[in-house]
Design a protein around this ligand. Structure first.
Ligand code: AHR
Length: 524
C-alpha cells in the first residue's frame, strides 16, 4: 500500500521541553580554545598527542570578540539562531579529573595540568567564572557535571557553594572576591559524574558502587542546596548499569542520563548503501533506548515508592563516526547530508518521546563532532546545523501530538552493530513527528524520507481539523542530489542548506528521496 500520514492534534503526547535543544562544551580539541575563545598562543592546549592546525594559526581580531574576550560569531549563532537554552560543561570524560579550584582566581596563577581524558595539557584559563560569564552572554542556563572520578564529595560541595552560596561562607565569599559581585550563579542542573561505567573513564566504578556513592552525594548536595536538579549517570538506557543505578537512585535524582552516538565505526566505505542506512536509521536505537529506560524508571520508582517523576536527560547525542573524528584531530568531523538526515531523525525521536525526555544535549556545540566549525575569523555551518535550526525554530513552542505513518516501506537491512543498541524491528523509511503550536493555529510536521532513492507522495491528513485545500503552507526542505554532499570552507559553505518556500496545500506532499522536510500547516 502507498504511505500516508495521519496527525491527531487532539491527542497530545506532552509539551516539548525547550531543553531538548541544549548543547555541550567540553575541554577537548578546539571546543573551548578556538570555539568559545580565540585560539591564542598562551592557551593553545595541544601537544603532540593532540595535534591541531597551529601552523596556519591566525589571531582572531579583537572586533570579532565580545568585551569578555569570547568569540562573538559562535556565541551569536548558538544564542540567536539555534537559541540553545542550556549548555553542559566541562565534560564529558574531561570532568573525571577536573578540579574546579584550578580554574578560579587570577588567571596568571592558575595551574597548568596534565589532561588525562584526551591527552594534552589544560591551561585552566577558562574555568567556572568564565563559563558562567559565557552563559550569561549566550543567554543559556548552565549545567555543570561533577567530578566523580578523582573528585571528592567535599570538593563537589565546595563547587556548588562557590556557584550558589548566598551566606557568609568561604566559597561563596571567594566567588564574590573573584567576581566583585554579590549575586550567586544559581546553577540548577548538576550531573553526578560522566560515563562512570566506562573503562575509558578515570575512576570507573561498578553500578552498585556508583549508585551507593551517588546516593550519598545527592543527599549532601540537597542539604546544601535544595533547589538543584540532579542528573544521575545512566549508560545507554537499556543496560544492567541503567537498571541498577535507577534502582539505587530513583528517589534521589530528577533525571537519568543516556548517551548514544550514531554512525559508530568500524565502517566499510566500499559498502556505501549500507553506510547510508546505518547512519540514517541509527536514531532508532535511541527510541528503543528511551522506551526501555522509561520502563526501568517506572519499575524503580514503584520499588522505592517515588511519586516525583524521573525524566531522561539525553545529555550526549549526535552522529559521530569514530574513525573520522578521533582524539588525534580533536574529534573534528565534516558532516554530510546523510548525517543531517540522522540529526533530523534524532530530533524526531526526542519530540515523539516528549513525555519522558526533558533534556537533550547535542554533542558538541562547536568544533568537536559539532554542527559548527570555526576558523580564526569565521564559522562554518555544517549540514547537521540545519535540522537543529529548523526543529529549534518550529518544533519548540508547542505540544508533541500523536501521529501515524501508515504503510511506510520498511528498511530490512543492518542498522547498527548490535553492541551499540537494539531497534524495535525493521524501521519505517518515513520518519515523522508533529507539534501543535502553542497558539493552536498551526501544526508543524517534520518528515525524514530515509530512502536513498525513492521519493514518496504522501497524503497528510489532520484528524478532526483538516487543512483546507488551497491554503498556503510553509515548506522547509533539506535536500541535495548527493547524499554525501557537505559544506566546506572556501566557497562551498552553502552546498547543503534549507530551502524555504510557500505552496498551495493539496492534501498531500511529495517527500523527495533522502530529504528532510518541515511543513507548517495552518489549522484555522
Ligand atoms: O563527546 C565526546 C565524549 O563522548 C565525551 O567526553 C564522553 O562523555 C563520551 O564518551
Amino acid at each position: 500500500s502507498s504511505p500516508s500520514i495521519d496527525i491527531f492534534p487532539s491527542a497530545p503526547i506532552a509539551p516539548v521541553s525547550k531543553y531538548i535543544f541544549s548543547g555541550f562544551l567540553e575541554h577537548l580539541g578546539r571546543c573551548i580554545h578556538g570555539g568559545v575563545l580565540p585560539a591564542g598562543p598562551t592557551n593553545f592546549p595541544y601537544t603532540p598527542r593532540n595535534p591541531c592546525p597551529s601552523k596556519d594559526y591566525v589571531e582572531t581580531p579583537k572586533e570579532l570578540l565580545t568585551p569578555s574576550g569570547f568569540r562573538k560569531d559562535v556565541l551569536e549563532i548558538l544564542r540567536d539562531e539555534l537559541q540553545m537554552p542550556l549548555v553542559r560543561w566541562p565534560g564529558g570524560n574531561y570532568v573525571s579529573s577536573y578540579h574546579f579550584e584550578d580554574g578560579i582566581g587570577p588567571k596568571e596563577q592558575r595551574k597548568r595540568r596534565p589532561e588525562l581524558a584526551w591527552g594534552g595539557e589544560e591551561s585552566n584559563q577558562f574555568g567556572t567564572d568564565e563559563f558562567i560569564e559565557w552563559c550569561r552572554e549566550a543567554k543559556m542556563e548552565p549545567f555543570v557535571v561533577l567530578n566523580m572520578g578523582t573528585g571528592t564529595l567535599a570538593e563537589a560541595l565546595h563547587w556548588i557553594e562557590y556557584c550558589n552560596g548566598t551566606g557568609d561562607t568561604y566559597y561563596a565569599n571567594l566567588r564574590r572576591k573573584h567576581t566583585g559581585r554579590d549575586e550567586p550563579y544559581n546553577v540548577v542542573y548538576w550531573g553526578l559524574g560522566n560515563e562512570v561505567y566506562g573503562p575509558w573513564q578515570v575512576g570507573q566504578m561498578t553500578a552498585e558502587a556508583y549508585a551507593a556513592a551517588a546516593r550519598q552525594w545527592a543527599h549532601a548536595i540537597r542539604l546544601l542546596d535544595p533547589n538543584v536538579k540532579l542528573v544521575g549517570c545512566g549508560e545507554t538506557g537499556v543496560t544492567q548499569w541503567d537498571a541498577v543505578v535507577l534502582d539505587g537512585l530513583a528517589d534521589k535524582v530528577d533525571l537519568h542520563s543516556i548517551h548514544l552516538y550514531t554512525g559508530f565505526g568500524p565502517r566499510d566505505r566500499s559498502q556505501t548503501e549500507r553506510e547510508f542506512a546505518r547512519s540514517v536509521y541509527g536514531p532508532e536505537a535511541a527510541e528503543y533506548a528511551i522506551e526501555t529506560c522509561r520502563g526501568l524508571i517506572q519499575k524503580s520508582r514503584l520499588a522505592r515508592n517515588v511519586s516525583a517523576p524521573v525524566k531522561i536527560a539525553f545529555d550526549e547525542y549526535g552522529p559521530w563516526d569514530e574513525t573520522v573524528g578521533t582524539p588525534r584531530n580533536g574529534l573534528e568531523q565534516i558532516y554530510t547530508l546523510t548525517d543531517a538526515l540522522a540529526m533530523a531523525s534524532w530530533l524526531n525521536v526526542f519530540v515523539r518521546q516528549s513525555d519522558v525526555v526533558a533534556l537533550a544535549c547535542n554533542a558538541q556545540s562547536v568544533n568537536v563532532i559539532s554542527p559548527l566549525m570555526t576558523r580564526p575569523t569565521g564559522v562554518l555551518r555544517q549540514a547537521t546545523y540545519y535540522p537543529l535550526l529548523l526543529f529549534s525554530q518550529y518544533m519548540r513552542e508547542g505540544t508533541a501530538v500523536r501521529l501515524a505513518v501508515n504503510g511506510s516501506p520498511k528498511f530490512e537491512g543492518e542498522t547498527l552493530p548490535t553492541w551499540i543498541g537494539t531497534v524495535k524491528g525493521p524501521p519505517n523509511v518515513l520518519d515523522a513527528s508533529a507539534v501543535l503550536a502553542q497558539d493552536g493555529k498551526s501544526l508543524r510536521v517534520a518528515v525524514v524520507n530515509r530512502s536513498e532513492r525513492e521519493s514518496y507522495t504522501v497524503p497528510v491528513r489532520v484528524a478532526l481539523a483538516g487543512v483546507d485545500s488551497g491554503r498556503e503552507v510553509e515548506v522547509h526542505e533539506l535536500w541535495h542530489p548527493d547524499v554525501k554532499a557537505k559544506n566546506e570552507w572556501d566557497g562551498k559553505e552553502h552546498e547543503v542548506v534549507v530551502k524555504t518556500r510557500r505552496a498551495k496545500w493539496t492534501g498531500e506532499w511529495t517527500f523527495r528521496e533522502h530529504s528532510f522536510t518541515l511543513l507548517v500547516l495552518p489549522l484555522q
